[in-house]
Design a protein around this ligand. Structure first.
Ligand code: ADP
Length: 346
C-alpha cells in the first residue's frame, strides 16, 4: 500500500442496512471527483461488492501477490474471490483473521487516494483484527433510522472509539421514500440525526429508498452515471465531500507532528513546541494493540532494548504505526498516546 492512501472503514452495527451500497456509491462519487479509489470487501458474512461493481478485469495472482479486479473505474478485492467466501457464515474467527491478514498484506494495490474497506457488520474479533492491521484514517458508520439499527450502531461507534479510529460521520440510509409528491418514513424519522446529536457526530447524508439504487447495484452499474439527477446520487456526492472534510479537519487537530527523526530512538517535535524522545524498546513495550495489552503482565520479559525499526507509517492524521524488526508491530500509536508516553519516558 502506498504511503499516502487514506484507508476508510465503512462499518455498521448490523447487516442489511445498505453498508455495501454506500461503500460502492461513495467510492464512485470520489472517483467522479478525480480520486483513485479501491474497495476492500472484507464483509465476511456477505461479500457482495463484486456483484455491485460489474468487473471488467478479474482479480489475478502474480508471484504470490493478489492483483485487484477492476470495474466501473474502481479497484476491487473481495472475500468473495476466495473460495471461503461462500461458506462465510461458518468461517471461524482464527481462519477469518488469517484471510484478513492475507488480504491486507498480499494485495498489490496501484497508487490510490482512498481505500474504502467494507467492514463486516458488528463488533467481533475480525473487526478488531482489521482495525489493528489496516491503519485506518477514519470510519463512516451506516445505519437506518430504525431503533434496532441505531442500538447496534452505538456499539460499533464505541468499538471504533476504543480503537482510536476517528468516526468521520454517520450515513443514514433508507431514510424515506417519495411517492405522489408525499414523503413516507417506513423505518422511522430522524433517528440518524438524533444519534449524531447525542454523540457529537456529523450526519453525512440521508439517503432515500429508491428503486434506482437497488437496480444499479443488481446490474453492477453506476447510479451516479445512470441517474445523475436522482436525490440519492446527490446525497452520495455530499457524503464523499463530507468524508474528505472530516479527514482535513483531523489534519488541523490541536496536536500534530512538526518534525520527526528516527535513528537510535524516535524523536518528535510537536507543533506546540513540545519535544519527545522514545527509546524503541520502551516504545514497543508500550504497544497498544489488543494482544499486547492482554499480555501486559509478561511485558517486562519482552523488553528488547536493542530492538531495531524497519519503517514508520502515518496512520491518518492522528497516529503512527511502527514496524519493528522483531516482536509485535501491530500497535497504532495515536498522537495522544505518544504525548502521554513522552512524559513517562523522558
Ligand atoms: P449491507 O451491506 O448493509 O448488508 P446492502 O448494501 O447489501 O446492505 O443492501 C441491502 C439491500 O438493500 C440490497 O438489496 C440493496 O440493493 C438494497 N438497498 C440498500 N440501500 C438502498 C436504498 N437507498 N434504496 C433502495 N434499495 C437499497
Amino acid at each position: 500500500m502506498k504511503g499516502h492512501t487514506q484507508s476508510i472503514a465503512i462499518g455498521a452495527g448490523k447487516g442489511g442496512v445498505g453498508k455495501s451500497t454506500v461503500t460502492v456509491n461513495v467510492a464512485l462519487a470520489l472517483l467522479a471527483e478525480g480520486a483513485r479509489v479501491g474497495i476492500l470487501d472484507a464483509d465476511l458474512y456477505g461479500p457482495s461488492i463484486g456483484k455491485m461493481v460489474a468487473l471488467e478485469h478479474p482479480l489475478r495472482e502474480e508471484d504470490g501477490y493478489i492483483i485487484p479486479a477492476q470495474g466501473l473505474g474502481l479497484f476491487v478485492v473481495s472475500l468473495a474471490h476466495f473460495s471461503l467466501g461462500e461458506q462465510a457464515t461458518i468461517v471461524r474467527a482464527p481462519i477469518a483473521n488469517q484471510i484478513i491478514g492475507e488480504f491486507l498484506h498480499q494485495v498489490l494495490w496501484p497508487e490510490l487516494d482512498f481505500l474504502l474497506i467494507d467492514f463486516p457488520p458488528g463488533t467481533g474479533d475480525v473487526q478488531l483484527t482489521l482495525m489493528q492491521q489496516a491503519a485506518l484514517a477514519g470510519a463512516i458508520l451506516v445505519t437506518t433510522p430504525q431503533e434496532v439499527a441505531l442500538l447496534d450502531v452505538t456499539k460499533a461507534h464505541a468499538m471504533f472509539q476504543a480503537m482510536q479510529v476517528p468516526v468521520l460521520g454517520i450515513v443514514e440510509n433508507m431514510s424515506y421514500f417519495e411517492e405522489g409528491g408525499e414523503r413516507y418514513y417506513p423505518l422511522g424519522q430522524g433517528g440518524g440525526r438524533r444519534f449524531c446529536q447525542q454523540h457529537q457526530l456529523r450526519l453525512l447524508g440521508e439517503i432515500p429508498l429508491d428503486k434506482a439504487v437497488s437496480a444499479c447495484s443488481d446490474e453492477g452499474s453506476s447510479l451516479l452515471a445512470k441517474h445523475p439527477k436522482a436525490v440519492a446520487s446527490d446525497v452520495f456526492t455530499q457524503v464523499a465531500k463530507g468524508l474528505q472534510q472530516g479527514l482535513l479537519q483531523g489534519k488541523s487537530s490541536p496536536v500534530s507532528i512538526k518534525k520527526m527523526t528516527s535513528l537510535d530512538e524516535l524523536f518528535i517535535e510537536w507543533n506546540d513546541g513540545m519535544q519527545s524522545r522514545y527509546p524503541w524498546g520502551e516504545l514497543q513495550q508500550q504497544c497498544p494493540c489488543q494482544r499486547c495489552r492482554h499480555k501486559k503482565q509478561n511485558a517486562s520479559k519482552e523488553l528488547r532494548p536493542l530492538v531495531k525499526v524497519k519503517n514508520i507509517l502515518s496512520v491518518g492524521n492522528y497516529a503512527l504505526r511502527i514496524e519493528f524488526e522483531q516482536g509485535c508491530s501491530q500497535g497504532i500509536y495515536s498522537f495522544e498516546l505518544l504525548r502521554k508516553l513522552s512524559k513517562v519516558l523522558l
